[in-house]
Design a protein around this ligand. Structure first.
Ligand code: HEC
Ligand code: HEC
Length: 303
């Protein structure tokens, strides 16, 4: 190598180091990856805001730009990170993004929001698992279901949600919460029809979810949730959810027989059946989950 090439290389390295002192989008990428992409990527990104590329971030949301170059105080991105606009981001918080990282985002916007060198190592990182388009995914593990619940449900069904307390005490931002029994069991592993979560997304139970729909979930998403529940609602490690034996359930739907709810057999021995409901009626069923996932009805009445 000639001396002049060595000198050029040294100069180039110095230049790169110097450029590294300025914060660019490439430096912030890992932050978005860790805290934001589980929701803000793919076709279901909330408000159309994709944070998985510089272009997506600069394009902003359906409400407009979220970064106003040179004006951190006018940038919704920063308002959300600091909790100056609600709901604070990440929606799954607390925990929030550390103060020093938020300060880096502010300095980046101040400096004109430069993109930086996108051929760096960070740019070559593959997208996190679970973000491939639905059609390309196979199986029905929680990682396939989570993006749907995070993108479409957690904005209300979480402690940081837009409705204050999560409606009906139902939290949907982690597996433990989805298969847990807050006030009631919303999922009965192995039995989609006994799972009010499935009933609400199909619309056989009202009001249909997501509450702010339409758009509701599409057929592929509903089918995926059904298969996941039917497979025992497995968690991130692939193990089936424990049966919430004895947990309370409240189901809505149509009586399709004496006694079945949209085809789900009901054990009504010992139930209080009020106002003489008839087959075809829309009813509310309250009861408990049996050891085998059956529903032991306590009260049944037309709604
Ligand atoms: C669990 C899903 C989830 C996560 C994680 C999440 N968001 Fe959001 N984000 C949402 C939802 C849902 C909305 C729409 C809420 C609303 O109606 O205002 C939103 C809205 C926003 C908005 C407002 C856009 C506008 O134009 O008003 C910004 C900015 C934003 N998110 C940035 C982030 C950042 C940055 C992160 C990571 C630090 C993040 N979000 C993590 C779900 C999420
Ligand atoms: C805009 C806010 C909002 C969103 C988004 C939303 N929900 Fe809800 N959810 C509600 C409200 C409000 C209720 C109570 C409605 C009622 O039953 O009168 C509710 C009730 C429920 C219930 C009944 C709980 C029970 O114990 O009776 C289930 C199950 C449910 N939601 C699931 C979902 C799922 C799954 C999603 C996403 C696909 C979703 N929700 C999205 C607001 C929301």
């Amino acid at each position: 190598m000639s001396l002049s090439r060595v000198a050029a290389l040294v100069l180039f390295s110095l230049f790169s180091l110097n450029a590294g002192a300025q914060i660019t989008y490439q430096d912030l990428k890992p932050l978005f990856q860790d805290h934001c992409l589980m929701c803000h990527s793919g076709p279901g990104a909330p408000l159309g805001l994709s944070l998985d590329s510089y272009q997506g971030l600069m394009d902003g949301s359906s409400r407009g730009a979220v970064v106003k170059s040179g004006q951190p105080g006018e940038s919704e991105l920063l308002h959300r990170l600091r909790g100056e606009s609600q709901p604070r981001m990440p929606l799954t918080g607390p925990p929030w993004v550390p103060e020093e990282d938020i300060a880096r985002v502010a300095r980046w916007i101040e400096a004109g929001a430069p993109e930086g060198n996108s051929t760096g190592a960070a740019a070559a990182e593959p997208a996190p698992a679970g973000l491939a388009p639905l059609a390309e995914r196979s199986g029905e593990s929680f990682e396939h279901v989570a993006p749907i619940l995070l993108q479409r449900c957690a904005k209300c069904h979480s402690d940081n949600g837009i409705m204050g307390r999560p409606p009906e005490g139902l939290r949907l931002s982690s597996w433990e919460q989805v298969v847990g029994t807050g006030e009631r069991a919303a999922v009965v592993p192995g039995v989609p029809r006994a799972s009010e979560l499935w009933r609400r997304v199909t619309g056989i139970a009202r009001p249909r979810m997501p509450f702010d729909g339409p758009p509701y979930l599409d057929d592929a998403q509903i089918a995926l949730l059904e298969r996941w529940i039917a497979a025992g609602a497995p968690g991130p490690d692939g193990r089936k959810a424990p049966m919430p034996t004895g947990a309370e359930v409240r189901l809505h739907g149509r009586l399709t027989g004496r006694w079945s709810l949209d085809g789900l057999p009901l054990d009504v021995s010992g139930a209080r059946i009020r106002k003489n409901p008839r087959v075809g009626d829309y009813v509310e069923v309250r009861g408990h989950v049996g050891r085998d996932g059956s529903i032991r009805v306590e009260r049944l009445r037309p709604r």
